[in-house]
Design a protein around this ligand. Sequence first.
Ligand code: 4NP
Length: 154
Amino acid sequence: MSQPSILFVCLGNICRSPMAEAALRAQAVAAGVALTIDSAGTGNWHVGRPPDPRAQQTVRRHGLDISGYKARQVVEADFFRFGHIFALDQQNLKDLRRIAPSRHAAEVALLMDLVPGRKGTAVVDPYYGDEEDFEQAWADVSAAANVLVGRFTP
Ligand code: 4NP
């Protein structure tokens, strides 16, 4: 069997989903779990750009480097390429369900539903916020990544 594959999806793919990708990549490496991990945005405004400088700074404070990431838009093929697609907020989830091809086997779910006590909640978009909002987003995606590593540990 191929290894588990996880795609994180937010709006711009420059703030929340790249941080989720970084958090899970780091935790999977630390746990010795082999996962295919990527992120994408429902929107196309930032395609080809690196993560927002504030997102880069936030993950750098936690010892990680995402300066090489490049934003991309989610495509239909993602629903066949990834076994698990996690939306960072409810609007992202709605948009994903709208663009999903009629036949696909991927799990499409709200990311924070994974985290005990956070069912139905969003990783709040920090784009119009400040450093504290980026730190909160990092804490949220790290908590979800922790659950995912546990779930996919053989
Ligand atoms: P993200 O944040 O969805 O977490 O990447 C945003 C990035 C850009 C915009 C909104 C949210 N924007 O409106 O351009």
